[in-house]
Design a protein around this ligand. Sequence first.
Ligand code: FAD
Length: 414
Amino acid sequence: MSEPDVLVVGAGAAGIAAARAVAAAGRSVLVLEARDRVGGRVVTDHRLGLPFERGANWLHNAEDNPLVKLAAEAGIRLVDSDRLRRERTHVGGRLAEAAERAAYDAAWDAFEAAVAAPREGPDPSVAAVVPRGGAWDATVAAWQGDIIAAAPLDRVSLQDFTATALNGGNMLAEQGFGTLLAGLAAGLPIRLASPVARLGWGGAQAVAEGGFGTVRARAVVVTLPTPLLVSDTLRFDPPLPAAVRQAAADLPLGQVVKVGFRGTAALGLADFTSIDRQVAPGEALVAMNARPFGRDLLACHVGGDAAAALERAGDAALEDFMRAEVATRFGALAAAALHPNPIVTDWLRDPWARGVYSYARPGRAAARGVLAAPLAGGRLCLAGEACHARLAGTVGGAWRSGEAAAQAALAALR
Ligand SMILES: Cc1cc2nc3c(=O)[nH]c(=O)nc-3n(C[C@H](O)[C@H](O)[C@H](O)COP(=O)(O)OP(=O)(O)OC[C@H]3O[C@@H](n4cnc5c(N)ncnc54)[C@H](O)[C@@H]3O)c2cc1C
């Protein structure tokens, strides 16, 4: 079909949600996807012989997450990650003692209180308002910044950080989050390996061009990650309004790298163990998740600038770095027992992502609303995780944003 009512660019969560909404309204839809698979930043990789999430892992904000209900309908089993998780914190090579754990908990509480404190005036960075100098402050900041926001807190808007804070339950999909999304995309008219190179949107019809040929549609939903909106990978004609380009630039994607190992028996860990360690200011924090669903898997995450530098250094450097972290916590023998050839992710290098999820620069929290506003009376709608003011950075936010964009595009058809 080369003349659908609505064209959707991108078959990640936002694009799948948008396409389903258009189809449910009885209108014709076509999705053009650059990669040779659906799911975008949600992909379950089976190369280790078990499901490993290269991208999104948790269904955050479970009470307000549309994927929870869809998973149940699709027969995907969800478990409550918060209830099953066992936490383990190391101080160097030993476990934190009770007094240290209490101090760590207090540092988390102090951080939460600092970001939640009422404040007047301009929107500072998160780093400007949170405690520092305490024994555990750098560890909490590394979690909240490098891992959760995927960027150091001095680059992150306080207003956006609090508006988009993860709260509520966190669920895990037994068959895989990527498996869930692929199932939700089944049956939709999606053309894979079809990157859109040019999108004309000035006239009565949108015109998409690329190696696939030409597709014309009455309205279009574009779900590109923000770095691609400002990089001209897809050339908009006319260019996107300056305010929209600025909004995309103000919502960059942060960095997280994951390394997934098999060979975890020597670690002696219980199922669903979450492991961290105390870090000094500026030191990279590696967060580890062991044995989800009883599987022989250790997923190691590092975020922020360290993740970007390690990804640039290459897969071998990343594997060595993670093995060294495992050795620090569990000893050299346990590190050596991890199997060779782990899965190493590369979201920064990935030409169709260029990062993991969006954060807002200080003073720029309003950018999400600018990005989400329909253009040309709804004939061009941007969608994706960066467009959601509350659930930004998550699959649930991308899904809701895709649904909202589809409604705006459908309204433009009337
Ligand atoms: C390592 C990592 C961990 C994460 N952890 C979590 C988590 O635990 N929980 C959570 O909720 N979220 C998590 N996220 C974030 C979540 O994955 C994203 O917020 C969400 O998947 C974004 O969906 P989207 O549809 O907005 O964008 P995408 O998934 O990026 O979809 C955009 C699609 O557009 C395609 N595309 C790009 N350019 C073109 C073009 N020119 N033509 C055609 N198609 C194009 C891309 O290939 C892609 O498929 C994580 C992400 C990463 C990478």
